[in-house]
Design a protein around this ligand. Structure first.
Ligand code: ADP
Length: 496
C-alpha cells in the first residue's frame, strides 16, 4: 500500500511540491520561486519551460529530502494559478511564446470592445464570467494573432492550448495526455458551464480552433500516469483543480452555502452553491467548483483587491509598523477604532460597489486619533470588505451563511479574525492545516484512487485550529453603518 499523496502547487510566483499523509498532515515540502517577466506596462509573462523544469525539481527535491520513494506516492494532485495561458507545438512540445499570466492586461482594449458590442450578457450566461482580460480566451486569440505562423499551425492541429495544470500534465506524461479539469476549463471564457462543453459560438467569436483545446475531465479522475523516466515510477495523476476551487475543497466546504475566504495580498471568497449556477446581479462570478463522478458542483466567487496589501502599505508607506504581524499588537493598544473608518480604495472600489473612481479614504479623524486607531480601522476595513462580499453572495444565492472558513497569510492575526466574527456575526473557522489549496488537490487525487474512500472519511480528518465566535458586547452596528457612509463619501472622487 502506497503511503502518501503528492500535490503539485503551481502558483503565480513559486512552484511547490507538498507531500500529505493519510491524516491530511504535511510530511514534506519543497518550494522554488521562478522568474516574472514584465515586457511592457501591464504585461506579465512566465516562461512555461521554466515552470515545468522547476516543478519537476521540487518533486525530485521533496522526495530526496524526506527520503520518500516515488513508489510510496499513491497519486499526484495538481492545483494551479488559473487562467494563465500557454500555447505549445504538439510535435516539439515547445511553447510558441511565453505564458501570458492572468494578471496581464494586454487584451483589455479588445475586451472593452466586446463589451461595447453588447456581448456581456451572452458570455455571462454561457460561462458565468464577466468579460475581462484575466480569462484565457482573449489571451489565446492574442497569441494566434501575434506569433508568426501560429494561426496556420493551430488550424492544422499542430498547436495545443492549456492552462498551467494542463501544461504540467502534458509534460508529466511526456505528451501522452492533453487534458484539464472542469474547474480550470471554466476560467477560460470558452467553456459552457451549463452543458459542460467547449462552446462553439464562443470559439467562433474568439477565432480559436477547437483542435487546440484539451479534453475536459472531472476534477477527481484518472488523468494518466507520470512517465516513469521522470521519477523512476509511473505515479497516477488523479486530481486537478484551480487554486481557489481547490482551497474550497481543501476547507471541506462541500455543502451548498459553505464559504471560504483566503486572506492574502487580496482576499478571495468562494461560496459553494451546490448543483445551482447562480447568475450574480452584482458582478460576482459563477464558476465550476469541481466535478466528482457525474456530479458537478458550482460556486460563486468574489475577490477584493486590497487586504493584506493594506497592512503592507501601513508598513512600507506610513511606516507605523515594521512587520505585518506588528499590526495586531498596535491595534490591541485601543479597544475600538475611535470612529476612524479606512476605505482601502487604492485601486478603486471593487465588488459590490464597482466604482473605478472611488479612492482610498480615511474619515472620522480627530485630535485624539492614534496609530492604534488607524491600525484597528485597517483591520476592520479588511473584515468589512469581506462582509460586503459575503452579504452580496448571500443575496445573489438566497443563502444565509452560518460560518466562514478562512486561510491565507493574514489569518495568523487572531484579532483580525475576532473582528471578522464580530462584524459578520458568524463563526470564523481557521483550520489546523493552513495549506488549504494544496490539501484540496491532495483530497481530490486521493479520492480518485480510493486512498480515501469517500468524502466522509476526508471530512473526519479536516480539523479546525480555532473557532472565533461573535462577541455580543461590541458595537458593530455602528461600525457597519459608518463603513457604508464612508463608502459613499469615497465613491466617484476621481471622476473629474
Ligand atoms: P499572497 O499569497 O497573496 O502573497 P499570503 O497568504 O502569503 O499572501 O499573505 C501575505 C499577506 O498577508 C501580506 O499582504 C501581509 O501584509 C499580510 N499579513 C501577514 N501577516 C499578517 C498579520 N499578522 N496581520 C495582518 N496581515 C498580515
Amino acid at each position: 500500500m502506497s503511503k502518501y499523496i503528492l500535490t503539485i502547487d503551481a502558483g503565480t510566483t513559486s512552484e511547490r511540491a507538498i507531500i500529505f499523509d493519510k491524516y491530511g498532515h504535511i510530511v514534506g515540502l519543497s518550494q522554488i520561486e521562478f522568474q516574472q517577466f514584465f515586457p511592457k506596462p501591464g504585461w506579465v509573462e512566465h516562461d512555461a519551460e521554466e515552470i515545468w523544469t522547476i516543478q519537476k525539481k521540487t518533486i525530485t527535491d521533496v522526495l530526496k529530502k524526506y527520503e520518500i520513494k516515488p513508489s510510496d506516492i499513491e497519486a499526484i494532485g495538481i492545483t494551479n494559478q488559473r487562467e494563465t495561458t500557454i500555447v505549445w507545438n504538439r510535435k516539439t512540445g515547445k511553447p510558441i511564446h511565453k505564458a501570458i499570466v492572468w494578471q496581464d492586461r494586454r487584451t483589455a482594449d479588445y475586451c472593452e470592445n466586446l463589451k461595447l458590442k453588447g456581448l456581456e450578457s451572452l458570455i455571462q450566461q454561457k460561462t458565468g464570467l464577466l468579460i475581462d482580460a484575466y480569462f484565457s480566451a482573449s489571451k489565446i486569440k492574442w497569441l494566434l494573432d501575434h506569433v508568426a505562423g501560429a494561426r496556420e499551425l493551430a488550424e492544422t492541429g499542430n498547436l495545443a492550448f492549456g492552462t498551467v495544470d494542463c501544461w504540467l500534465l502534458w509534460n508529466l506524461t511526456q505528451g501522452q495526455v492533453h487534458a484539464t479539469d472542469v474547474s480550470n476549463a471554466s476560467r477560460t471564457m470558452l467553456y459552457n458551464i451549463h452543458n459542460m462543453e467547449w462552446d462553439e459560438e464562443l470559439l467562433a467569436l474568439f477565432e480559436i480552433p477547437k483542435m487546440m483545446l484539451p479534453k475536459v475531465k472531472p476534477s477527481s479522475h484518472n488523468f494518466g500516469l507520470v512517465d516513469k523516466d521522470h521519477f523512476g515510477h509511473p505515479i497516477p495523476i488523479s486530481g486537478i483543480a484551480g487554486d481557489q476551487q481547490s482551497a474550497l475543497f481543501g476547507q471541506m466546504c462541500i455543502e451548498s452555502g459553505m464559504t471560504k475566504s483566503t486572506y492574502g495580498t487580496g482576499c478571495f471568497l468562494i461560496m459553494n452553491t451546490g448543483p445551482r449556477i447562480i447568475t450574480s446581479k452584482n458582478k460576482l462570478l459563477s464558476t465550476v467548483a469541481w466535478q466528482i463522478g457525474e456530479e458537478v458542483t458550482y460556486a460563486l466567487e468574489g475577490s477584493i483587491f486590497i487586504c493584506g496589501a493594506l497592512i503592507q502599505w501601513l508598513r512600507d508607506n506610513l511606516k507605523i509598523i515594521k512587520s505585518a504581524s506588528e499590526i495586531e499588537v498596535l491595534a490591541e493598544t485601543v479597544t475600538d477604532s475611535g470612529g476612524v473608518v479606512f476605505i482601502p480604495g487604492f485601486v478603486g472600489l471593487g465588488a459590490p460597489h464597482w466604482d473605478p473612481y472611488g479612492t482610498g479614504t480615511m474619515l472620522g479623524i480627530t485630535r485624539g486619533t492614534s496609530q492604534g486607531h488607524i491600525a484597528r480601522a485597517a483591520l476592520e476595513a479588511i473584515t468589512l470588505q469581506n462582509l460586503d462580499i459575503l452579504n452580496t453572495m448571500e443575496k445573489d444565492a438566497d443563502i444565509k451563511t452560518k460560518e466562514l472558513r478562512v486561510d491565507g497569510g493574514a489569518t495568523a492575526n487572531n484579532l483580525l479574525l475576532q473582528i471578522q466574527a464580530n462584524v459578520a456575526n458568524i463563526n470564523i473557522i481557521r483550520p489546523k492545516i493552513a495549506e488549504s489549496t494544496a490539501q484540496g488537490a491532495a483530497f481530490l487525487a486521493g479520492l480518485g484512487t480510493g486512498y480515501w474512500k469517500n468524502l466522509d472519511e476526508i471530512k473526519k480528518i479536516w480539523e479546525p485550529d480555532k473557532v472565533f465566535y461573535p462577541q455580543s458586547d461590541t458595537n458593530m452596528t455602528k461600525v457597519r453603518k459608518n463603513w457604508s457612509k464612508a463608502i459613499d463619501r469615497s465613491k466617484n472622487w476621481l471622476s473629474e
